[in-house]
Design a protein around this ligand. Structure first.
Ligand SMILES: C[S@@+](CC[C@H](N)C(=O)[O-])C[C@H]1O[C@@H](n2cnc3c(N)ncnc32)[C@H](O)[C@@H]1O
Length: 507
């Protein structure tokens, strides 16, 4: 076995941010599931990739983070971010086999891994399970995401064929990206002959098209490892029960809303199942689940209904998208859901000042519109699940994490890389800020205030690198056109995004 252990290493992973790894979200999810949330002082992310999530969470809170990833370039990048924020995250370039058996790690209140479990060997899975068994504190929470069934059933043979193709026909000179291109081109030729597999699985042609559009970095890590194993909820339950944990709830807040996921008949059928674990398995069939994001807990502590209500009422939330830009149609499970304007409109109006409001305050403000606390709670679960709102952490933590968040954000702005999220000490997590918005923020820091000043400043930066704007697929060649477009975008940014980013204390 070499250090890569069958894992793709010649192509770096993407720079994604995953809010489910944010400890500040656990309290609300747990209270909604009737459970008490432990205090989270120490946390560990196994296989942190580029370390974007770990570093944003470390910088935006007072949680002491540890983590590992065996890819040297990724670990180096992650450590650079940790140094920039000064948040003290201990990030090791280490394989699971050695990291998980170190004797210098603390006990953890939260252990998290995203995009790991289905992509590592059975031997690594048992090393990780043993780590969780030994290192998770009583009351502690495990977050784990994984590919699952039945959603992967139809695609599995195609994935196997793509991997077989790369194993048989690639040359030593080809990197992962070239091998993937060749395998996808082969599959396309095969689909052009209309094989009976494609007829029996009519969505597979579309899936192949979608694969072709995805980044090779993502595809390499998602599909082309030696190890790739969708696991059922029942497999997971057996594993984590052995490690002394029980299922808490989904970390995807949308999953908490049966009405958004299941038809009334499916809901009634699922609810009639007495065994909670088997109910999850049946639910996976109802939604053809492909990817689960779950919280498990060591020693679940049930709350009484009044205690749950109290925690939820006191939970504050903020918007991550300006109220008027929150879309009221949502793609979910098998269909598009339209959110009720009569419910969401008044709630978004309350949150439109970008300040934290507790659910109780929101409910009081919308009660005159005949909206109930239950509707407020469900709407917020949906808004958080779709990434347009976030639970707020304790104000003392926000205050304490202001310096480390600002230090990380300034580094990310100045080094203009691939990371498209910045840290908010209000939510304790990342906020999407794309590259052009980052340049607008830099202009703001450079004391450029009017849209014209901002546009001129940004144009100076991008034209110095020989870059030009592209709008509607057309590259703008003339300076005047670039400045006009930048001024238009800067005006919109100043009106709809900047006040929100300031309220989230990104700078
Ligand atoms: C699909 S990526 C997910 C990365 C990150 N958790 C995220 O979601 O952005 C899987 C990560 O696991 C790391 N990895 C795979 N096998 C490993 C091992 N045996 N020890 C340590 N890290 C490993 C890879 O380097 C890669 O960064």
């Amino acid at each position: 076995m070499n250090w890569t252990d069958g894992y793709v290493t010649d192509i770096g992973y993407t720079y994604g941010y995953y809010p489910e790894l944010n400890p500040a979200r656990i309290r609300m999810a747990f209270a909604n599931a009737g459970l008490a949330c432990p205090g989270i002082g120490t946390a560990c992310e196994l296989g942190f990739g580029q370390g974007v999530s770990t570093n944003l969470h470390a910088a935006a809170s007072t949680v002491r983070w540890h983590g590992n990833d065996f890819n040297p370039e990724q670990a180096r990048f992650a450590r650079t971010l940790a140094n920039a924020s000064g948040a003290g995250a201990q990030l090791e370039q280490d394989a699971f086999a050695s990291f998980c058996t170190r004797d210098d790690l603390p006990q953890f209140d939260f252990i998290a891994m995203h995009g790991i479990w289905s992509w590592v060997s059975a031997a690594n899975r048992s090393i990780i399970a043993d780590f969780v068994r030994r290192k998770l504190n009583p009351g502690g929470v495990l977050y784990i995401s994984y590919n699952t069934q039945p959603g992967w059933a139809a695609l599995m043979p195609l994935r196997d064929l793509l991997v077989q193709y790369t194993e048989r026909f690639s040359t030593a000179q080809q990197g992962s990206a070239e091998r993937i291109d060749a395998a996808l081109a082969f599959a396309e030729q095969m689909f052009a002959t209309n094989p009976v597999y494609a007829q029996a699985n009519p969505f597979m042609g579309q899936r192949l098209e979608a694969l072709k559009r995805q980044s090779r970095n993502y595809l390499a890590h998602e599909y082309f490892n030696r190890d790739w194993q969708p696991l059922s909820f029942a497999d997971m339950r057996a594993c984590w029960t052995d490690a002394g944990l029980s299922f808490a709830c989904s970390a995807d807040f949308r999953d908490h809303l049966d009405a958004a996921n299941l038809t009334p008949a499916q809901s009634e059928f699922t609810r009639s199942i007495p065994d909670a674990g088997f109910r999850q398995s049946v639910r996976d069939f109802m939604v053809n689940q492909q990817f689960r994001r779950d919280y498990w807990v060591r020693g679940a502590q049930a709350l009484t209904p009044p205690q749950c209500a109290d925690v939820l009422e006191q939970q504050a939330v903020v918007l991550l998208t300006a109220a008027e830009q929150v879309p009221l149609t949502v793609e979910h499970v098998a269909s598009e859901i339209t959110l009720n304007r009569l419910i969401y409109g008044p709630i978004l109006e309350v949150l439109a000042d970008f300040r934290p409001h507790t659910l109780a305050q929101i409910a009081a403000a919308v009660s005159a519109r005949n909206l109930t606390f239950g509707q407020v709670r469900e709407s917020l679960l949906m808004l958080i699940g779709t990434g347009h709102a976030a639970p707020v952490q304790d104000p003392a933590v926000t205050l304490a994490a202001g310096g480390t968040s600002a230090a990380l954000n300034r580094y990310l702005l100045e080094h203009g890389g691939e990371v498209e999220h910045l840290a908010s000490p209000v939510s304790g997590g990342g906020v999407a800020v794309d590259r052009i918005q980052q340049l607008f923020l830099q202009a703001e820091l450079a004391q450029q205030h009017t849209p014209e000043e901002v546009a001129a400043w940004v144009w100076k930066q991008i034209s110095a690198h020989g870059k030009k704007l592209v709008t509607g697929g057309v590259r703008l060649e003339q300076e005047a056109d670039n400045l006009a477009e930048l001024t238009r975008q800067a005006t919109r940014f100043a009106a709809t995004r900047l006040p929100l980013l300031k309220a989230l204390q990104l700078l």
